[in-house]
Design a protein around this ligand. Structure first.
Ligand code: CA
Ligand code: CA
Ligand code: CA
Length: 331
């Protein structure tokens, strides 16, 4: 096992705000500001001009624009997840757990409200039929045994039973150029792929860490955030565990440092940190960045407008949005 590289003492980044004085070589990111979110939130998503945050307690979405201005809109009750949906124009969709509904926002106005027959747990957006317009995969259910995925946007909603599912993602798993649906089953420590080629009928199951909490897909790789710590990487039937942290609550797969190789980032809710593993094909120690207390979600967003996307982290307990600025450093 490789040893993690800690950049700074936990908490210091938050104290300093901008950490110009932090001289340690820091990998692809450096601590930026911690912005107060006033009330706790669980979900955020980047849009073209800002960062949209869903506040489940007050049932609203706030858009923090890069120019510093802010806009707010009231949505259905208890928005716990938010997704960016591209259908000609960009829409935001919230999954309203208490209201058992979806709110679709266009330009920070609620355009439609869609009633669901059970509360939504998670949602993912992606183009499933190759027409460049995004469809939605929504996990719904009250009890674990009754959870299903509803696929909206391909005519009448398709429904597939997925008992115990806790998170869902859309991406091409099998490399046929069409996006598949991936879910993780918390109760069974399993990742399930519903393949597009089968009309989302055929299921492929892979055993992963216990209590998987989030999932991401890119370039045929599935990343599973493990609530027991670290990330499982699934390629085909092989699973590799990336060790780091005590409780991963969200995970992101992307080329974070611009060298072409796929990287992984995860938030450690108990360790108040973000772990970044560069190049998933290598077995390298993660970079570790302290953030606010109780980080639950992360996203890529060009916070400072320099053209390079930074990492933004939603910290639940400290009620902050913590920014890790891209340094442009490749290794
Ligand atoms: Ca489509
Ligand atoms: Ca990379
Ligand atoms: Ca940037």
């Amino acid at each position: 096992m490789t040893e993690a590289r800690y950049i700074m003492q936990p908490g210091l980044a938050t104290l300093l705000g901008f950490v110009a004085g932090c001289s340690a070589p820091g990998g692809p990111f450096v601590a930026g500001p911690a912005l107060p979110s006033d009330e706790p939130a669980r979900a955020l998503v980047a849009t073209d001009d800002g960062l949209a945050i869903a506040f489940h307690l007050s049932s609203r979405v706030a858009l923090w624009r890069r120019d510093g201005s802010r806009a707010e809109v009231e949505v259905g009750l208890g928005p716990r997840r938010i997704a960016r949906v591209d259908r000609g124009s960009t829409e935001l969709v919230t999954a309203n757990a208490s209201g058992a509904s979806l709110s679709t926002l266009r330009g920070m106005v609620v355009a439609t409200t869609t009633a669901l027959d059970a509360p939504p747990i998670a949602l993912a957006a992606g183009d499933l039929d190759g027409d460049d317009d995004d469809e939605l995969a929504i996990l719904t259910g009250i009890v674990a045994s009754a959870i299903e995925v509803q696929i909206h946007g391909l005519g009448p909603p398709l429904r597939r039973a997925l008992p115990g599912a806790s998170a869902v993602a859309i991406g091409d798993v099998d490399g046929d150029g069409r996006s598949d649906i991936v879910a993780v089953l918390e109760s069974e420590a399993t990742a399930v792929v519903l393949s597009n080629a089968s009309g989302f009928e055929a299921e492929t199951r892979v055993a992963v860490c216990p209590t998987p909490s989030a999932v991401a897909v890119r370039r045929g790789v599935i990343a599973v955030a493990c609530r027991s710590g670290g990330v499982d990487l699934v390629e085909g039937s092989s699973v590799r565990h990336l060790e780091g942290g005590r409780a991963s609550y969200d995970v992101l797969l992307d080329d974070l440092d611009g060298d072409g190789a796929l990287d992984v980032a995860a938030v450690d809710r108990l360790g108040d940190a973000v772990f970044v593993w560069l190049d998933v094909t290598q077995d390298q120690a993660p970079w570790v960045y302290p953030v606010g207390r109780g980080p639950v979600a992360l996203e890529r967003f060009d916070f400072d407008g320099d053209g390079a996307r930074d990492l933004v982290v939603l910290a639940y307990e400290s009620r902050t949005v913590d920014v890790l600025l891209d340094t442009g450093a490749k290794r």
